[in-house]
Design a protein around this ligand. Structure first.
Ligand SMILES: CC(C)(COP(=O)(O)OP(=O)(O)OC[C@H]1O[C@@H](n2cnc3c(N)ncnc32)[C@H](O)[C@@H]1OP(=O)(O)O)[C@@H](O)C(=O)NCCC(=O)NCCS
Length: 370
């Protein structure tokens, strides 16, 4: 047996959803740079699920369905009010999304048609759940979704309880496009492993949320913001980074399993971070981030990943850091569900082997003799 720790470099499936070749990320053959500049998140989600960009009529139908599905069951809202207020937001999200299945009569209908509907439904409901969790934690009543608004607009509307400005909506929409899918990343793999047992789509998405929560994956954006807060000022960047490197500690938001020459999504978020800072008249977070990048890249050769500049982007949008990873989930649920549909379309249970390194030839000893 050859053991490949972390499955590094192992090709575990074929997929026609997204690809990373020579550092270029594409969704269904479209370069992420093209989509980030031109596509809305709804068009991107449609592309991931159905394989082509939607026509106007198809997009209209999708937007109508997303609006219709956005409200969540009252029972789920009541349960969320019982969660401890200071609990980890990803733990709360994992629980809430799992509980949505209990109120969907079609949760266990494994037909392609029913699963496509549930993919759209999960996409519509995840922002409602995240916004409701955020408000409940602050002792506020959740705000019902607004009909006819995009996912980005609706999320900010439900979060803030007022109409968001166009710049914030556009920035969030672009961030959602950039996070929507990423080949066989850890959370997508977790989702595919779960449904490959023919378990339902809610179980798949719940597994994926659990995997995204970790700081080596989606949790890194929150960790980056914690680091920026801890550093506190531009002058403190250099001693902080030097100390981290001397102690051989990881700097969140840098490095990647697949991209060794830079993450193509990072430059878009870097640009957004500067634009938002300039607009708000304070580019400190952007400048601190650039200084960290210069030091880490200069001394370790590591480049920022998607999470590094998302931290300053979301903060400048006025979003609290506990919501960064849940926002990643709002976007990535499009990719997770596309992969779940693909897995179920040509399924084989995912069951690798382990090389046994434990004790051998043990004999049972009665408990009183141990
Ligand atoms: C993403 C990540 C998990 C990839 O892990 P991986 O492919 O297993 O790569 P490794 O952890 O083996 O890293 C290879 C080398 O670079 C170093 N390295 C990788 N990421 C680093 C980071 N963020 N800070 C400092 N050093 C880092 C490792 O210590 C290792 O050095 P060594 O060979 O001297 O031991 C890893 O880069 C990481 O932990 N990054 C920080 C978390 C993060 O931002 N995650 C979001 C990913 S989108």
């Amino acid at each position: 047996m050859t053991v490949t720790k972390g499955l590094e470099g192992i090709v575990a499936t074929t997929s026609s959803i997204s690809s990373i070749v020579d550092g270029v990320l594409t969704y269904r053959g479209f370069d992420i740079d093209d989509l980030a500049e031109n596509a809305s998140f709804e068009e991107t989600a449609y592309l991931l699920w159905f394989g082509s960009l939607p026509t106007s009529a198809e997009l209209e139908t999708l937007n109508r369905d997303l609006s219709a599905f956005a409200p969540i069951p009252e029972q789920v809202i009541e349960q969320m009010k019982l969660y401890p207020k200071d609990t980890n937001t990803m733990a709360a999200l994992r629980t809430a999304i799992s509980s949505l299945a209990l109120y969907d009569d079609d949760a266990d209908d494994m037909s392609r048609e029913a699963n496509e509907i549930k993919a759209v439904k999960l996409q519509a409901q995840l922002p409602t759940v995240v916004a409701a969790l955020a408000r409940i934690r602050k002792g506020l009543e959740p705000v019902a979704p607004k009909e006819g608004a995009s996912i980005a607009e609706n999320f900010l509307y439900m979060l803030w309880g007022k109409q968001p400005d166009i710049v914030s909506v556009k920035a969030l929409d672009a961030a959602l496009v950039l996070h929507a899918d990423h080949e066989l990343n850890a959370s997508t793999f977790a989702g595919r492993v779960t449904v490959a047992t023919l378990s339902d789509i809610y179980s798949g998405v719940t597994s994926a949320i659990g995997a995204l929560k970790g700081p080596l994956h989606g949790g890194a954006n929150e960790a980056v913001m914690k680091m920026l807060e801890e550093i506190g000022s531009l002058d403190a960047v250099e001693p902080f980074v030097r100390g981290k490197l001397e102690r051989r500690e990881k700097i969140m938001g840098f490095g990647h399993r697949v991209y060794k020459n830079g993450d193509p999504r990072a430059k878009h978020l870097m640009k957004m971070s500067l634009e938002l800072g300039t607009m708000k008249g304070d580019t400190t977070l952007y400048e601190m981030s650039v200084k960290i990048e210069d030091l880490i890249t200069g001394q370790k050769g590591l480049k920022p990943n998607v999470d590094f500049y998302s931290a300053s982007v979301y903060t400048q949008l006025g979003i609290e850091r506990e919501l960064f990873t849940p926002i990643f989930a709002i976007s990535r649920v499009s990719g997770w569900t596309a992969h779940i549909l693909e897995q179920l379309g040509d399924n084989r249970i995912i069951r690798p082997r382990a090389e046994y390194t434990g004790l051998v030839e043990q004999k049972y000893v009665p408990i009183e003799q141990r």
